[in-house]
Ligand binder design. Structure first.
Ligand code: TGC
Ligand code: FAD
Length: 389
């Protein structure tokens, strides 16, 4: 039985509706993800693909999208709590929901016109349609401003060329929000649909991390994109970066789920496992690990909750979101590593969720901006000097 820590009674800061939403997603994870996730991860088989419609019914796809467009219109604390529960199941499940919500629905809602919102959002909210987000390219990861992907105005359509890589959900996406440069070199967002001639999505294999998530490329070879598929509401790199703010916010909450599951597993194991005639939890070195874990989780919970309040008030800055993503992902990966040690050899098996969380978090600390990039964003914010250029 899972007992997530709430050392500082943060539950008292949640509404009854928040707790109801959290309980529903936790129960859904217990029934639909926990029993099968290990098998999907071992077989390198994408689980979110099978679950997207159920996640849609739960309100986990675009939780902040208004009801008019098929979303449940929830607040940002609810969004965060949903992400925490999903990532306790597996980072791949949270990733699937993050991309759909923050990287596909958010830009269509925020930068799209009414026709685009009505055409795409309801199907994305229900999980009938799967979305992908194309920013990273083979030669431009941390530095997306250097992207080569580009399009030309051909009168009655745009002609898109280039490629994106490391794209979550690419192999089975129905629509992709793709960031490419126009003839003036300005970054714009285009909605590309599966079936458009010249658009292919080869899968990337051989991953040791996020094995239950599909990753791939988006390749555009003279793709004719209808003019009505250009997102009219934003120009420049700030468009994709605003989407990242929303996804990074979700990750700051999500990784708490992975961390709490690892801690809870390690605590229970330490209390049961006997060595030298005593539970290993009685040894000071193991207590130090557990005490530090619960301390870091509590700090991470407070950070996420306060950020959620600021986000609800539309006051959360990109730098605040960046700090929370960096802090909480590092916290989670350290907790996964220490929890694995508490379990000794058992910790490397799939009988426990820890090793799977640990290797997943190696992706989470890299995507949505690497740990180093987030350190530099905070450095830039406090010094007002950019270390990037
Ligand atoms: P820079 O010159 O600083 O900024 C360009 C323009 O953007 C504005 N801006 C932002 N706007 C909104 N939110 C933010 N977070 C913003 N950061 C910057 C900025 O004000 C400027 O606007 P304007 O109007 O003056 O033009 O840009 P730079 O080229 O120096 O780069 C800055 C840097 C390095 C911080 C940024 O490019 C960055 O964050 N790099 C990391 C890339 C990244 O995170 N990629 C993620 C790809 S998607 C992904 O990983 C999905 S994983 C999904 C899953 O499975 O869960
Ligand atoms: P690089 O940018 O090449 O960085 C390599 C190393 O150099 C890192 O340690 C980095 O911190 C360091 N570095 C780079 N620049 C600096 C600097 N200025 N100062 C100091 N150190 C620096 N992208 C999408 O667009 N959509 C997706 O859906 C998506 N899903 C992903 C799913 C997975 C599983 C993974 C692993 C990645 C995904 N990504 C996605 C890509 C991800 O965002 C990039 O991997 C990430 O932004 C880093 O880019 P890179 O891998 O090219 O590393």
């Amino acid at each position: 039985m899972y007992h997530p820590p709430d050392y500082y009674e943060i539950d008292a800061l949640l509404t009854d509706e928040h707790k109801m939403i959290r309980a529903a997603v936790r129960e859904w994870i217990n029934r639909n993800v926990k029993p099968v996730i290990e098998d999907y991860a071992q077989r390198h088989d994408p689980l979110p693909r099978q679950l997207l419609r159920q996640m849609g019914a739960l309100g986990a796809l675009g939780p902040f999208i208004p009801e008019k467009y098929g979303g449940p219109g929830l607040d940002y604390i609810s969004y965060g709590l949903i992400m925490t529960e999903l990532e306790r199941g597996d980072s791949a499940v949270r990733s699937g929901a993050s991309v759909q919500s923050s990287l596909v629905m958010y830009p269509i809602y925020t930068f799209g016109d009414e026709a685009q919102r009505l055409k795409y959002l309801p199907k994305l909210a229900s999980g009938e349609s799967v979305g992908a987000f194309g920013l990273t390219e083979p030669d431009h990861g941390s530095d997306p401003g250097g992207m080569k992907c580009h399009f030309e105005d051909k009168g009655n359509h745009y002609l898109l060329n280039g490629s994106k890589m490391w794209i979550t959900n690419a192999p089975f996406c129905d629509v992709a929000v793709v960031w490419a440069k126009d003839e003036m070199g300005k970054v714009r967002g285009l909605i590309v649909e599966r079936g458009m001639e010249g658009f292919t999505t080869p899968e990337t294999f051989n991953k040791w991390s996020l094995r239950a998530s599909a990753t791939g490329e988006l390749v555009f070879d003279n793709v004719k994109v209808p003019k009505e598929n250009l997102l009219p509401g934003v120009r420049g790199l700030k468009g994709p970066l605003m989407c990242l703010n929303s996804a990074r916010y979700g990750i700051a909450w999500g990784v708490l789920g992975a961390a709490m599951e690892c801690y809870d597993t390690a605590l229970r194991y330490a209390l049961e496992r006997q060595q030298f005639g005593r539970p290993i939890a009685s040894f000071q070195l193991q207590q130090k690990k557990l005490a530090e874990m619960v301390t870091e989780i509590t700090k991470g919970q407070l950070l996420a909750w306060r950020l959620g309040v600021l986000k609800n008030e539309e006051k959360a800055t990109p730098a605040q979101i960046s700090l929370a993503k960096r802090n909480n992902v590092e916290m989670a990966i350290n907790i996964a590593r220490n929890s694995r040690q508490i379990l000794g050899a058992m910790g490397i098996t799939g009988d426990f969720p820890i090793m799977r969380h640990m290797v997943n978090l190696e992706s989470v600390i890299t995507y949505e901006g690497t740990h180093d990039i987030h350190l530099l964003i905070t450095g830039m914010d406090v010094t007002e000097i950019s270390a990037f250029s």
